[in-house]
Design a binder for this molecule. Structure first.
Ligand SMILES: [Fe+2]
Length: 261
């Protein structure tokens, strides 16, 4: 059994609740799909917890923006949050006194793709692991062909690929040349992995869900390959207050947490 977490986005309250829940299920294998940092108030603490608790993390576009010093394509709110992250996390002259250098190196060394058995792990999409978004709408072709190259995307993995990036949990399965998308609420919050059926499974977001549900989201996959979308309440007030109190972070980032959008 293992767990998959994604898009923690510096939200220590949400991530702590998720880690507690994973521990209560006696799961000790956790994979992270990236975007550990960005948006929220506690990037250092979240990176430390990922480094201590996860087998690996994939690099997300926000982690990439931080360590590569490149916020190309980011809006003002997102790039402002990366500036805040850099201020908090960059290992300066006194970094020998703390673990900042170690955590910075951890972020820098994260890979774009990982594979464990028949499972592939990316942040964005199997075709463009860091940056491409794959949404439910992309599976609704209305007779004009798909907006994304699903055919080549699904050739990039053997059986199941886990991704994040959109902050919206989703299952897309391949049925010959058709690609069908399902929200967790349409499939009872779970998906049974089947032999011979390729699936791209989006883990949603721990720290900034955008599916109109403010609860933290993460996946568990049991030994019978049943995937569950878990949703958990956390102290949104506390996280939002920290964001509102931090001049380096746009207030919008606090307000959106209450709405899950
Ligand atoms: Fe993200």
């Amino acid at each position: 059994m293992f767990a998959v977490v994604s898009d923690i986005h510096s939200n220590i309250e949400a991530f702590s609740v998720v880690l507690e829940d994973i521990k209560s299920k006696e799961i000790d294998t956790i994979y992270c799909l990236g975007d550990i940092v960005g948006y929220g108030p506690n990037p250092l603490e979240c990176t430390r917890l990922v480094q201590q608790n996860c087998k690996f993390s994939i690099v997300g576009n926000h982690d990439f923006a931080l360590v590569e010093n490149s916020t190309y394509g980011f809006n003002k709110t997102a790039s402002g949050a990366i500036d805040y992250c850099r201020k908090v996390m960059f290992p300066g002259f006194f970094s020998f006194l703390n673990d900042k250098k170690k955590l910075w190196e951890f972020l820098k060394e994260m890979k774009k793709v990982e594979v464990v058995d028949n499972f592939k792990f990316v942040h964005g999409s199997p075709l463009d692991p860091v940056f491409e978004y794959v949404r439910l709408e992309d599976t609704e072709h209305l007779g004009f062909g798909y907006t994304l190259d699903f055919e080549n995307m699904f050739k990039e993995f053997e059986h199941v690929c886990f991704n994040g990036h959109t902050h919206q949990p989703l299952v897309i399965i391949q049925e010959e040349t058709e690609y069908k998308g399902y929200k967790p609420e349409d499939i009872n919050g779970e998906y049974q992995i089947k032999e011979g059926v390729k699936a791209l499974i989006n883990a949603g977001s721990v720290g900034q869900p955008r599916d109109c549900n403010p609860q933290a989201c993460y996946l568990t996959i049991d030994d019978n390959q049943l995937v569950k979308f878990n949703r958990l309440d956390y102290d949104v007030d506390k996280t939002a207050k920290k964001i509102l109190d931090e001049p380096g972070l746009d207030d919008k980032l606090g307000h959106r947490l209450f709405l899950g959008e």
